[in-house]
Ligand binder design. Structure first.
Ligand SMILES: Cc1cc2nc3c(=O)[nH]c(=O)nc-3n(C[C@H](O)[C@H](O)[C@H](O)COP(=O)(O)OP(=O)(O)OC[C@H]3O[C@@H](n4cnc5c(N)ncnc54)[C@H](O)[C@@H]3O)c2cc1C
Length: 406
C-alpha cells in the first residue's frame, strides 16, 4: 500500500513533534520551514505538564532532557539589588510531581530535530504563501501549498504549525472565533505587552548568577536572567505596550525601558545580539481548527502567550494527542480532527484563561499588585500550598490528568 503523505508547515516545536510522531506511524512526512536553518533566538522556557508526559510517550523526552537545566531558586530583586521575594524551585518541582525542567527555546528545537532524525524531510527556506486545504474523503483532492519561490507540494494531510502569525490559518476558511476584521490579526487577542528574548556569552555574569534565576521586582515590566553552565546567559523582558504593532522606534524605546532595573540587567542589555526573539504578546482565537485535509496545531491554533508559560508544552502535547487520535481513528481525518479538537480545545482555552489571569502576577501594573505578588510567592514556598498556588497559576495541567494522558 502507498504511504500516506503529510505536509507540516513550520519546523517549530509543534511542527517537529507532529512530523516525528507521524513518521513513526508510517507517514511520509515533509516539513516546510521558512527560515534558512534552525532558529537560535529565544530564551529559557519552563517545560512541564502536559508536554512532559507527551514527550515521554513520543520517545522524545531524553532528547529534550539532554539540554534541560535545573535552577535552585528564583530571586526577585529590586533596582538596588535587594531581594524582595524568592521562590524555591523545589516547591515548583514538587508541585509539578518532579516532571519539570527549564530549557532554552532553541534547544527544544535542537532536541526535537535530533529526535526526528532522518525520518522526515525538512525543507528550509520554504515559505508557504498560499494553500488549498483539500477535500476529505475525496481522494482526488489533496491539500496543496505554494511556496514564495513558486514550488508546489501536495499531501493527504496538511498540518499548519506555523506559529502565532500563521499563514495557513489566514488561508483556511476558518472563523476568528466571533472576532471582527479581515486582516491576519483578526485571529489574535492582544494582551497589551511586548516580549524580548536572547542568549549571549558572558562567563563572568553566568558565574555570578550561578544556579539562581534573577527576576526583577518591578512595575509594568519584568526582566529575567538565567545562566547556562557553558558561560552563556539568557535574557527575557516583557513590557506593557498597548500598541499591537509598534514601529521600529517604539520597539527600541520599549527595549530601553528595562534599563535601570539593576546592574546585572543593565549589563545584559548591552549584550543584545542581532538574532533576538521579539514579538507582541497575544493569544490565537480560531473558531474551528480544521477544514478539508488541513488542521492547525500549536500557536497557529491556540497560542496561549508567554504569560501562560505553556506554549512549548502545549505544542508538544497537542502534536502527541493529534497524531495519537489519527492513529486510533485509522487515519480517518474527519473523525480524528473532530475528536482531537473536542478533547483539546477545553484544555488550551483553560490555559489561555490562566494566561490572562496571570498578567498582573507576571507584570504587576501597580504597587498593590507588586505587593500581592510578593505575598503569593511567599505562599508558594510553603509545603502544602505550593501545589495549590501552582495550579492556580497554571490551571489544571498540574499534576498529570486530562485527555492528553496516554
Ligand atoms: C525563533 C523563535 C523563538 C521563540 N522564542 C520563544 C521564547 O523564548 N519564549 C517563548 O515563550 N516563546 C518563544 N517562541 C514561541 C514559542 O516557540 C511558541 O509559543 C510555542 O513553542 C509554540 O510553538 P509552535 O511550534 O506552535 O510555534 P513556533 O515555535 O512559533 O514555530 C512556528 C514555525 O513556523 C515557521 N513559519 C511561520 N510561517 C511560515 C510560513 N509561511 N511558511 C513556512 N514556515 C513558517 C516559523 O519560522 C517557525 O519556525 C519563539 C518562536 C520562534 C519562532
Amino acid at each position: 500500500m502507498r504511504q500516506m503523505r503529510a505536509l507540516i508547515i513550520g519546523a517549530g516545536i509543534a511542527g517537529l513533534a507532529a512530523a516525528g510522531a507521524l513518521a513513526r506511524d508510517g507517514w511520509e512526512t515533509t516539513v516546510l520551514e521558512q527560515a534558512s536553518g534552525p532558529r537560535t533566538a529565544g530564551y529559557m522556557i519552563d517545560f512541564f505538564e502536559p508536554g512532559f508526559t507527551a514527550a515521554q510517550s513520543l520517545g522524545a523526552l531524553s532528547n529534550l532532557r539532554e539540554y534541560g537545566q535545573f535552577y535552585t531558586r528564583a530571586r526577585y530583586v529590586d533596582a538596588t539589588g535587594q531581594t524582595r521575594a524568592q521562590l524555591s524551585m523545589d516547591s515548583f518541582l514538587n508541585a509539578a510531581g518532579g516532571k519539570f525542567f527549564s530549557i532554552l527555546r532553541p534547544d527544544i528545537e535542537r532536541g526535537l530535530r535530533e529526535w526526528v532524525g532522518h525520518s522526515t524531510d525538512i525543507v528550509q527556506g520554504a515559505k508557504v504563501v498560499s494553500l488549498d486545504p483539500g477535500r476529505y474523503p475525496d481522494s482526488g483532492a489533496p491539500a496543496r501549498v505554494t511556496l514564495q519561490d513558486g514550488r508546489e507540494f501536495g499531501a493527504e494531510l496538511l498540518i499548519g504549525a506555523d506559529g502565532i502569525h500563521s499563514t495557513v490559518r489566514s488561508c483556511l476558511p476558518v472563523s476568528a472565533g466571533g472576532r471582527q476584521g479581515t486582516g491576519p490579526d483578526r485571529f489574535l487577542r492582544h494582551l497589551g505587552f511586548h516580549v524580548f528574548g536572547y542568549v549571549f556569552s558572558d562567563a563572568a555574569l553566568a558565574a555570578r548568577l550561578g544556579a539562581e534565576v534573577l527576576l526583577t521586582d518591578s512595575l509594568t515590566r519584568q526582566a529575567g536572567l538565567y545562566a547556562l553552565p557553558d558561560g552563556r546567559v539568557t535574557f527575557f523582558g516583557i513590557v506593557a505596550c498597548n500598541d499591537p504593532a509598534p514601529d521600529t522606534a517604539m520597539r527600541e524605546d520599549l527595549f530601553t525601558r528595562f534599563r535601570g532595573l539593576g546592574p546585572l540587567v543593565d549589563q545584559a542589555l548591552e549584550r543584545r545580539p542581532a538574532d533576538m526573539y521579539e514579538d507582541f504578546v497575544a493569544q490565537s482565537v480560531v473558531g474551528l481548527w480544521h477544514h478539508g485535509r488541513s488542521i492547525l496545531l500549536g500557536d497557529a491554533a491556540y497560542a496561549v502567550s508567554p504569560l501562560a508559560g505553556q506554549g512549548a508544552s502545549l505544542a508538544v502535547a497537542g502534536a502527541e494527542l493529534l497524531t495519537r487520535t489519527l492513529r486510533e481513528r485509522d487515519n480517518d481525518l474527519s473523525t480524528a480532527f473532530a475528536d482531537y479538537e473536542a478533547a483539546w480545545r477545553p484544555v488550551v482555552e483553560e490555559q489561555q484563561a490562566a494566561g490572562r489571569r496571570n498578567t498582573r502576577f507576571f507584570v504587576p501594573p501597580n504597587r498593590t499588585s507588586l505587593l500581592l505578588r510578593r505575598g503569593a510567592l511567599h505562599l508558594m514556598n510553603l509545603r502544602g500550598l505550593n501545589a495549590f498556588m501552582a495550579r492556580r497559576a497554571f490551571g489544571s495541567v498540574l499534576p498529570t490528568q486530562g485527555p492528553w494522558a496516554p
